[in-house]
Design a protein around this ligand. Structure first.
Ligand SMILES: [Zn+2]
Length: 350
């Protein structure tokens, strides 16, 4: 009997060598290659083209056990500091020996923006680094970087979180976006992940491009490729406050629990405020701006959100809220040119 058991065991081992082999014994993103249970650091190379190339830092936390691949990216806008700090801190916070699956962490996409303290755009080519996805190999630096991230990060992940925050000139109240793609199963999954992330204000975003070849935004590049994903924002006006950084770190960890990458109970935000559309208050005239509402303030239609003076202090305009809602962000600095965004009002879903 013992002999027979041994023969049967040997036969079953011999019959299933492929199934026992780990198809992801190592995981590579750019120059970072991690074996199971290891964290590796490296770069995603953006080759030189019509302008300079550069390196985007990346960390791969390859869990001891198999599981989903989650990418967390920040710093498309290089002065949204709280989100950049949050992702860089996540690298050592997640222990690969406790992890099932793999984390791809990219704290800073827009290096030139960070170094030169230029908000909104990549100063090398003056383009927003969250508008040119999926990117090209032949365009300017922003387009080539977007292409590299599509290939190295989006195509290698199952889920993606794009972290942002108020830029240098934006006083922002934290919120997430939930993208409605029309694919019900995918949307239910991304909704679950947004609720697990835990920010209590969620903007419903139903107007993103559906074409994966014209996806524009990073999150949408993942979503149009069938990967349940979302964007979240916390941080404001150049600050790195503990509340904002912790909200982004804890939210990311809770999403890992929801994906069963980490042990622990998932806490979903219970009664989030759903925002069905956002309205931009743009400046009719340039000058010096003074806010009269704070981020997160509820306003009525016609509520004055601030006033604009010329450079000698004479009031030249008093912009108002176009509808009732919550101020998701308001301009944080006096500098104002015609056409600039003064505030954004989120209209709450009833
Ligand atoms: Zn941003």
């Amino acid at each position: 009997m013992k002999k027979l058991m041994a023969v049967v065991l040997l036969a079953s081992v011999a019959a299933a060598p492929a199934a026992a082999q780990d198809v992801r014994a190592t995981f590579s993103v750019g120059t970072a290659t991690a074996t199971r249970g290891q964290t590796a650091r490296g770069v995603i190379k953006v080759p030189a083209g019509s302008d300079a190339g550069y390196d985007i830092a990346v960390a791969v936390v390859h869990g001891a056990r198999p599981g989903p691949v989650l990418a967390i990216v920040s710093g498309a806008h290089g002065t949204e500091y709280a989100s950049i700090v949050a992702v860089s801190r996540l690298i050592d916070k997640v222990d690969p020996s406790q992890l099932a699956g793999t984390l791809i962490l990219v704290p800073l996409v827009n290096v030139a923006s960070f170094e030169r303290m230029v908000p909104h755009v990549n100063p090398v080519d003056n383009k927003s680094m969250n508008r040119f996805y999926p990117g090209t190999t032949t365009g300017s630096q922003t387009e080539r970087a977007s292409y590299a991230i599509t290939k190295e990060v989006v195509e290698k992940c199952d889920h993606l979180i794009d972290l942002h925050g108020g830029d240098l000139d934006e006083s922002l109240r934290p919120y997430s976006y939930w993208t409605v793609t029309g694919n019900q199963a995918q949307d239910a999954r991304s909704r679950e992940l947004v609720l697990a992330f835990g920010l209590d204000h969620i903007i419903i975003s139903a107007d993103r491009p559906k074409d994966p070849n014209a996806s524009r935004f990073l999150e949408n590049t993942a979503s149009t490729r069938g990967k349940p994903s979302f964007t979240a924002e916390a941080g404001h006006a150049g600050t790195v406050e503990t509340d904002d950084v912790d909200a982004l770190i804890n939210g990311s960890v809770n999403v890992m629990r929801a994906l069963k990458m980490l042990p622990g109970a998932v806490k979903q935000v219970e009664h989030p405020v759903w925002i069905e559309r956002t309205l931009t208050v743009a400046a009719d005239a340039g000058g010096m701006f003074y806010a009269s509402v704070k981020r997160g303030t509820y306003v009525d239609k016609g509520t004055k959100v601030g006033y604009i003076t010329d450079y000698l202090g004479k009031v030249i305009a008093e912009p108002t809220a176009p509808d009732a809602g919550i101020v998701t962000f308001v301009r944080a600095v006096p500098s104002l040119q015609k056409g600039d965004t003064i505030a954004t009002v989120g209209v709450v879903k009833r």
